[in-house]
Design a binder for this molecule. Structure first.
Ligand code: NIG
Ligand code: FE
Length: 411
């Protein structure tokens, strides 16, 4: 069989081919890789992964990687991709010492982005989201999760979700859609949070009918939704067949981590204030911990999520950008890898597992994305780097040389 493309003379090829399932705890130190490797694909599907020596594959195009690092496309399992406007006007408030939740309680923060998103047309939102997706792809990310949550009303939430659906068809990026209608409490629902949650739940029929989202998410936080409200809400979504995620213990330690493990959420995200019990419960569950250290950094918080205790307690840890206009305005997952190394004290091996295999399991894509294996889709990145440690080590710049999505050169 003649391959479309053969990459050869690869210095290190991270296959991430561990066997099935997310990688838990100390297993995250294992990094399946081949040195002096080659990889080939045809019609977007991988047909060879192995040593470069003795490869007898003919290919239409042979690329000499000159000893560079080659990995699966990165996966960003937590983004707020679609939104109107931006929030640089809050920089001044932040510098004056106002906290994220104070800005929100004054009608700014998420609520300010809600206003801009409500006012924007679907075309404008789509064009803007495409701009961010192009940038992510150029940074080596080939699959992302994208949340709604800047509508808080039927019309705008559906508008955001339809943008994601349209981009799923048109863009090279693989997108996994999440309904986050329960992202904040609109002013008119203050004190009537449960009524608002019922209104958001009532949208799920329509969302299912139009196939607009696979996941449902909620922000359990002081001044937003309680853990009890969140639990009820997510359980109802699960009863309707949705998988669930939760913004848990991001700022105040409320017990969202425990709740996520208890109900069997696919992922629990943020987790800066996760308790010891919460960490233990996660370690005994299949819920993936999605840590977002870029947000902790950008909110200037002293306490990062307890990644080391998580790994010691057998948790499957993943990493994401949390890309959004307020708490983490960056598309750069490579930068997040550096912050994870410095602030979460994760090793490069753990970090690579976190942004490939474990990220795929955080968004129910464990069967298709995150590893390089015969029969899988060819989502492949060539890096201008001699080894995998180099990416988190040399921080703040883009190391991508080329990106192939489903076998096609896209960057
Ligand atoms: O994950 N915390 C809630 N949601 C986002 C921030 C959204 C925003 O500030 O616009 C987060 O940090
Ligand atoms: Fe988020």
């Amino acid at each position: 069989m003649k391959a479309d493309i053969l990459l050869t003379n690869i210095g290190q090829l991270l296959t991430m081919d561990h066997g099935n399932g997310a990688i838990h705890g100390s297993e995250m130190s294992n990094l399946p890789l081949i040195e002096d490797a080659a990889i080939a694909w045809k019609d977007g599907q991988i047909i060879y992964v192995g040593s470069k020596d003795g490869v007898e594959i003919e290919a239409n195009e042979v690329i000499d990687c000159q000893g560079k690092l080659v990995t699966p496309g990165l996966i960003d399992p937590h983004t707020h991709l679609v939104f109107g406007g931006s929030r640089e006007h809050e920089v001044q408030l932040k510098l004056q010492g106002l906290s994220y939740l104070e800005i929100l309680s004054r009608g700014g923060g998420i609520l300010s982005t809600v206003k801009h998103t409500q006012e924007a047309t679907e075309e404008v939102l789509k064009k803007k989201a495409k701009f961010h997706l192009d940038r992510m792809l150029s940074l080596g990310v080939t699959t992302i999760e994208a949340k709604s949550g800047y509508g808080l009303d039927e019309e705008t939430e559906l508008k955001q979700l339809r943008v994601v659906k349209a981009l799923q068809k048109e863009h090279d990026m693989d997108l996994v859609s999440t309904f986050l209608g329960a992202h904040a409490v609109p002013a008119e629902y203050k004190g009537k949070e449960e009524e608002f949650l019922d209104r958001m739940l009532a949208m799920l029929d329509q969302i299912e009918k139009e196939e607009l989202a696979e996941f449902v998410d909620i922000f359990a936080e002081t001044g937003v939704f309680t853990v009890e409200q969140s639990k009820k809400f997510l359980q109802k979504a699960m009863d309707l067949g949705f998988s669930v995620k939760i913004h848990a213990d991001e700022i105040d330690p409320l017990g969202g981590t425990e709740m996520a493990a208890e109900i069997g959420a696919t992922s629990a995200d943020h987790l800066c204030g996760a308790s010891e019990t919460g960490v233990k419960m996660l370690g005994e569950s299949e819920t993936v911990a999605v840590i977002l250290p870029g947000t902790t950094f950008y909110l200037n918080k002293p306490e990062f999520a307890p990644a080391r205790p998580m790994i010691e307690n057998n948790v499957a840890v993943s990493l994401a950008t949390d890309f959004n206009p307020g708490s983490c305005p960056t598309e750069n997952l490579q930068l997040i890898m550096s912050i994870a190394m410095l602030k979460l004290k994760m090793t490069p091996e753990e970090i690579w597992n976190a942004v490939t295999i474990n990220a795929s399991h955080a968004i129910n894509r464990g069967e298709t994305a995150g590893k390089l294996k015969v029969g899988r889709q060819a989502d492949v990145v060539i890096w201008d780097a001699p080894n995998y440690v180099y990416i988190p080590y040399h921080f703040g710049v883009n190391h991508v040389n080329s990106v192939f999505k489903n076998g096609k050169l896209v960057v």
